[in-house]
Design a protein around this ligand. Structure first.
Ligand code: SF4
Length: 396
């Protein structure tokens, strides 16, 4: 606007450009849906052409796919569906069984929420998922993205679904230069302008598929893209530079030690608190994990093969489940979580004294460890403690 409140030429041009972009946004739906009809990925949770999507199946797959790849989710999804073919069956399962079946998939609060959500759908909603974004968002573990995905795919609602793949496509299509994550609101708003009123579920899945198979993070195949004539990044040659990302903070390293205690072919494990990282999962008991070195053993190398811990070892061993002849296994177990890297020392000991199972822990037969709700980092600890039995601890 000019000082007199009259639209300036720049304002007029930018408004016109915005309008044109909105029109081209809607114009993306038809070519994208035609492309999807030919090139949709075949995924175990996806309804076949002409079939109605089952809300339970859509919900289960969307929860599993959060922060996890399609390849990793596949076997877990099939296992869950075979064992618990509908939401009532899952609601009736003991939580411990659900956690065991989830072990290895990571982000374990998802499993607890999955079970809580199944119970809520079963008891409060008569076994039927709510069919609106608002209703779905009120359920445990369902955030805005998952609610939109279920509403669009299972119920045909005009909800805008924005996952990592869609973010990338939209950032390029509109050449959004603001780095992620600050660009998220803008990307969501632009994505909303693309969403058609019909075939909303197919459109959401078409955008995801385009991001996964054509508009890939590196070297997008723009010549195969059904909406390349609408793409600003392609026109400007900036597709390889987008989406821009704010520099990542370096991941801190936390350290700790854990204690592999054996008795007659059994190992002593304990359950983590329900809330927090790896909540409710089993673990090999150990020290807290922190960034200081106070839970790191100082090795006395003068003792050769029988490397005895010294220095702060006394403090480390205070966290052992019992007094025993603890031996430090050479090397470290390393595991990377989203927000930190972890290095663990592992001590082993064999005892004849039977600790009493209870809140402090339980004895688990070695051959049953793989079937327990043991997270990946603890499977690594088990394999480090008993390298010869490593395959025994790999979940199949
Ligand atoms: S033209 Fe290229 S950069 Fe643009 S949306 Fe298609 S694949 Fe992505």
């Amino acid at each position: 606007m000019t000082d007199e409140g009259i639209p300036s030429e720049d304002w007029y041009m930018s408004t016109k450009a915005k309008k044109a972009k909105e029109i081209s946004g809607k114009a993306a739906a038809a070519p994208l849906l035609a492309w999807y009809d030919k090139h949709a990925r075949v995924l175990p949770w996806r309804a076949q052409k002409g079939e109605r999507a089952d809300p339970y199946v859509v919900w289960l797959s969307e929860i599993m796919l959060q922060q996890t790849t399609v390849a990793t989710v596949g076997p877990y999804f099939k296992g869950f569906l075979k064992r618990w073919p509908n939401v009532e069956a899952l609601a009736g399962a003991p939580q411990e069984e659900v956690m065991k079946a989830w072990a290895g998939l990571g982000y374990y609060s998802r499993a607890r929420n999955l079970h809580a959500c199944a119970k809520a759908v079963s008891s409060v909603h008569g076994g039927k998922f709510p069919d609106t974004v608002e209703g779905l968002e009120r359920l445990p573990g369902i955030g805005p993205y998952t609610a939109a995905a279920i509403a669009a795919i299972a119920f045909g609602r005009a909800a805008t679904v924005v996952d990592g793949n869609v973010e990338r496509v939209v950032a390029r299509l509109f050449e959004i230069e603001t780095p992620l994550p600050a660009a998220k609101p803008e990307i969501r708003e632009k994505a909303r302008t693309l969403t058609p009123e019909a075939r909303t579920g197919d459109f959401a899945q078409a955008m995801m598929d385009l991001g996964a198979t054509v508009c890939t993070p590196r070297s997008p195949a723009c010549n195969r893209c059904p909406i390349n004539d609408l793409c600003d990044a392609r026109a400007a040659g900036t597709q390889d530079l987008l989406p821009a990302r704010a520099p990542k903070k370096p991941r801190p390293t936390r350290r700790g030690a854990c204690f592999w205690l054996m008795l007659d072919g059994h190992v002593w494990l304990r359950r983590r608190p329900d809330k927090g990282l790896l909540g409710g999962m089993l673990e090999v008991p150990g020290t807290p994990w922190d960034e200081r070195d106070c839970h790191r053993t100082v090795i006395d190398l003068s003792q050769g093969e029988n490397r005895a811990p010294r220095g702060v070892a006394g403090e480390v061993l205070d966290h052992a489940p019992m007094a025993a002849e603890w031996r430090l296994v050479p090397g470290l177990v390393e595991h990377t979580f989203t927000h930190f890297h972890l290095e663990l020392e592992v001590f082993t000991a064999t005892t004849r004294k039977k600790l009493i199972p209870g809140r402090e822990g339980m004895w688990v037969p070695l051959e049953e460890v793989a079937g327990e709700a043991l997270p990946t980092v603890m499977r690594k600890v088990a394999a480090h403690a008993m390298p010869e039995a490593g395959p025994l601890f790999v979940k199949r």
